[in-house]
Design a protein around this ligand. Structure first.
Ligand code: PNS
Length: 168
């Protein structure tokens, strides 16, 4: 079966990659579906997120990366995707995911499979990684090395005086 791991991936974390790798071991084909960012707090462009995911998944032969335009349920119908696979970290994830799973099922009949996140990544989110990185904290245990570099570039762009030293 072909499945999709959808998300914003802004940026991709080791928690996301754990779910993608487990899906790739369990299913024939995995599409990593990258949503367009509607939130004002988005950091990376769609092109950057697609490129980082392509690099992160390069060693997984049955995984491809694709943008999702419009409804996820419609994408699944149009591309022959049998199920949506998502990670569950804690109870509030479940409430949100259950509602989306039921809505997606109602829309086109697509099933959702929820995988418990590995305990070591249960507290990791892209939102926290962005916040820590933009305040020059260390996120190297939560994201791949090349994502650390991309985050450092973004952090330097947003506070250039830190890079060149204080001018006062
Ligand atoms: O977990 P995330 O990062 O918030 O997930 C984002 C994504 C892309 C999975 C979600 O925003 C999505 O499904 N977008 C497509 C629009 C859609 O189908 N909306 C109705 C959901 S029931």
């Amino acid at each position: 079966m072909k499945v999709i791991c959808p998300g914003s991936f802004d940026p991709v974390t080791l928690g996301h990659l754990d779910i993608i790798e487990r899906a790739a071991r369990s299913f024939d084909e995995v599409v990593v579906g990258v949503g367009r960012n509607t939130s004002k707090n988005g950091l990376f462009s769609l092109e950057d997120r697609l490129s980082m995911l392509t690099q992160a998944c390069a060693a997984l032969p049955n995984v491809t990366v694709d943008p999702i335009d419009g409804l996820l349920a419609e994408y699944c119908r149009e591309h022959g995707v049998g199920a949506i696979v998502k990670g569950l970290r804690f109870a509030s994830d479940f409430d949100y995911e259950l509602q989306m799973a039921q809505m997606n099922k109602q829309l086109t009949g697509v099933e959702t499979i929820l995988l418990p996140t590995a305990a070591q990544w249960s507290f990791v989110s892209s939102t926290l990684v962005r916040e820590i990185a933009l305040m020059h904290g260390d996120v190297s245990t939560f994201v791949p090395d090349f994502v650390v570099t991309a985050l450092e570039v973004q952090a330097a762009r947003r506070s250039p005086e830190r890079e060149s030293g204080s001018r006062r």
